[in-house]
Ligand binder design. Sequence first.
Ligand code: CS2
Length: 505
Amino acid sequence: MSIIDDPSAPTARLRRDSSVALPPVPGAAGILHLGLGSFHRAHQAVYTAAALRADGGEWGIIGVASRSRRVVDALHAQDHLYAVATVSPDGTTLAIPGVHTDSYVAADDPARVVADLADPGIRVVTLTVTENGYSFSSASQHLDVTDPRVRADLRGGAPTSTIGQLARGLQARAAAGGAPVSILSCDNLLSNGSHTEKLVREFLQELPDAEGADVLSYLDRAVTFPSSMVDRIVPSTTPELADRVAGLLGVRDDVPVPAEPFTMWAIEDRFAGGRPAWEAGGAVFTDEVGAYEQLKVRLLNGTHSLIAYLGALRGVPTIPDAIALADVEAAAAAVLRGEYEPSVTAPVGVDIEQYERELFARWGNSALGHRTSQVGSDGSVKLGQRIPGPIAHALDRGEFPHLIALTVAAYLACIAPPAGFDPGPHAGAMTDPARERLTAVPTRGGRDLAHRAVVDLRLFGDEVAHRTAFVERVGDLVDTIVQRGVESAISDSLAAAGSLAHPST
Ligand code: CS2
């Protein structure tokens, strides 16, 4: 029975005057956050709550959603309170971070984003806008100045792209006195700080000198872009979770966030205008963020992509369902240990073997219900972060990354299925910004499709485009998936990689 039909279900909303244990009202906002999705609310918000408990300070968060009103409306109706539900097979525990002071939708009030960025009270700007939110062209490896939103932002008016918002906001901040500020990317990108800085600078360099030059020298003086590695599996919220949370809280929360127990945040400690004591929540401040990012983006995210595409093609809805299939688990173990691990150097104090064991337990968290379609979405931008380094690393050592080739083939079979091939509903539910470009012209066979994706569209950058044997292998594996089924493609790849069909976990 849904709670809506249950007469004993709570109808009052979670609010400051609810009789549940609540954190104190946060101090004034010192953080502006772009991307008010579930991940931010289950990750940074939780660390910020711990920092405020331990150290106080004016580090409340103003949350900005790009277009969707759902979360913003609910937060306004709930005094900006919501629950984070930590979900595992052992049960569900709730925490209410209560760190947001305000929220709004950028599309409704684009000028306010610029004004908030210029406000000297804001000293840290954080981003979770996904890999797809940076207007980065994998083909040119620069800011995508052909993107209509970037072009409009360059012409003037209130900006709508994230990079445009940051650049125009920093321009306004420089003009308003130039208070120091840090921009902290919390997305799964390698070197996410310098990546963001490069794109913001490229935007400013496109402006006429009179407009851009002062801002660039302000950036040199008073703005930093630390890198950070973020990690916590956060699936989409479901009505079932909202029911469970209402049952536990005794009041209704329309926007609870489910998350796994594991959480990690490694941050470069370069903050121009101060920062919250996030270490109180367990964040690690380190000079080795690059090593943490590589470890996470390759071992966790790269393998996650393979599990998602193979799982979807095998017809299963969730990551735990997928990893429970023996051949998918074997493929995950083979790509993780044989193709990703050799390409990374573990940060000091991180035990790779333990990290890997934990990964299998995390993917297997059946209570979480993380969907294959969610992890498989936006593969064209996600894989560009996850696979190029490991492909080059393997090929340059005379080895062949068979399971990474399978990842790309399975991705293509899901997103651009060749005529007559039905990849199933979970692949159909995946969204991807390259779907149209991939399917605009009919392709003749797997090699043609692989060539279009990797060489013509440069989805994974220049380096991979020149690895002809890799591109051909991807194409052949697409043909195998289409003609003989994904199970055959998995067993061929495992055999070629010299792995057993049984995982060694
Ligand atoms: C996932 C990530 O959707 C995806 O591509 O690989 O969102 C993953 O769950 C997180 O990065 C875990 O920290």
